[in-house]
Design a binder for this molecule. Structure first.
Ligand code: SF4
Ligand code: SF4
Length: 386
């Protein structure tokens, strides 16, 4: 496994990190039912093969962002037997739960207990965006990070981000952060922090962690046949995951790519890709630019299926509605449109469909992409409503 010096931290990190947000579960309807045996085997296999960064967060694998999830306690168990010492452990301060300065210490101390560790190697302010940023800054986020660094509870301070570039720049300039974590992939170079944000991180000597490298599976599950064929002709032995991950590792700003792996096959494939560095050619980059432009024209709703907007009080499955809506518009084909309608009818449960949206807009403040979800439900209705 290739390792790179991580910004100014003096720490060498593997280019692949293990994200614990989409672990295997025993009951697909219940995210809290992590499959401990399989999940532990996956994480340990990755570490045995050189992955030295494990990422979790307070709400991962919960039914609601207000509840502590099952991911942190799982990670504590999975890293027993000497594995904790082999990795840099990262978790995040749930900013949306912070009401006053002392809550920050309360959550960090609770996370140290949940993770059964004396310190966190990397600690992130979770999901800085324009809604939460002014408030959390006024509540004393910077003072909290400084004191947690000083007393050794955390070793490196950073933040994860989903919003527009100016907000990103403001957050970057507010503190001497060690690192930032952004959504980045070959489709999203002009989106959120994007390439400009990645360059700002590098200019400041910080480390850059990438999340959503395959856009929540979109770059694999929604690749039209003709584009896949074009990529296969150029690199016959590369999977679509190869293309997505290798593009990132060929970007000079990128240090570490986080992948949320849900099956052992994902671990094996990602380890294989990360262990065989390949310098991409001009032809490779041009091919991916064609793919990007193709999707850019067709992607109607920029939903990453992160699920932060859930649960909707009316039971609407927001990302599922948007996913089939995007499928419908993906390529200009009656067959594709008919298939999207067919799958929408069969795969989205009646209580999850758009018609239950009462336009309360509660979901919108939780959406890191800033989507006008309520209005978009009307668009979904226009397609699937008859
Ligand atoms: S606006 Fe619609 S989708 Fe969003 S929370 Fe309200 S009812 Fe649910
Ligand atoms: S609508 Fe927004 S919050 Fe909900 S899944 Fe999509 S990107 Fe995530």
């Amino acid at each position: 496994m290739i390792k790179k010096m991580f910004g100014k931290t003096g720490v060498e990190l593997s280019v692949l990190g293990f994200g614990c947000m989409r672990l295997p579960v025993t009951n697909p309807e219940d995210p809290t039912t992590i499959d401990y045996d399989l999940g532990t085997a996956m994480i340990r296999k990755a570490i045995d093969q050189g992955v030295n960064y494990v990422d979790t967060a307070w709400p991962y694998h919960s039914n609601s962002r207000l509840d502590p999830g099952a991911s942190e306690p799982f990670v504590a168990q999975a890293l027993k037997g000497g594995y904790r010492e082999k990795v840099n452990l990262a978790t995040k301060l749930p900013l949306w739960l912070i009401k006053e300065r002392k809550d920050m210490d309360k959550y960090l101390d609770a996370q140290l207990k949940r993770l059964e560790t004396s310190h966190l190697d990397f600690y992130l302010a979770h999901n800085i965006n324009s809604l939460v940023w002014p408030q959390i800054k006024d509540l004393g986020l910077i003072d909290f990070m400084e004191s947690a660094l000083k007393d050794g509870r955390i070793k490196q301070a950073g933040f994860s981000f989903h919003d527009r570039l100016p907000v990103f720049e403001e957050a970057l300039n507010s503190f001497d952060w060690s690192f930032a974590q952004i959504q980045y992939n070959y489709l999203d170079i002009e989106y959120q922090a994007g390439r400009k944000g990645a360059q700002m991180v590098k200019e400041r000597g910080m480390g850059l962690i990438i999340m959503e490298p395959l856009r929540g599976g979109f770059l694999i599950n929604h690749m039209p046949e003709e584009l896949k064929k074009m990529l296969d002709e150029i690199r016959p032995h590369w999977s679509l995951a190869d293309w997505g991950l290798r593009w990132l590792w060929n970007q000079p700003e990128v240090n570490l790519v986080l992948s949320g792996m849900t099956a052992m096959s994902h671990v094996e494939e990602n380890l294989k890709i990360a262990s065989t560095p390949i310098e991409m050619t001009e032809r490779d980059f041009e091919a991916l630019e064609k793919v990007r432009l193709f999707f850019k024209e067709r992607l109607k709703i920029n939903c990453t299926s992160c699920g932060y907007c859930l649960p909707c009080p009316e039971g609407v499955n927001i990302p599922k509605n948007f996913s089939y809506y995007n499928d419908y518009h993906l390529v200009d084909s009656d067959e594709v449109r008919a298939r999207a309608k067919f799958y929408y009818a069969g795969q989205v449960a009646p209580h999850e469909k758009f018609e239950h949206c009462v336009h309360c807009r509660q979901c919108e403040e939780k959406c890191p992409q800033g989507l006008p979800i309520s209005d978009l439900m009307d668009e979904v209705a226009g397609v699937f409503g008859n």
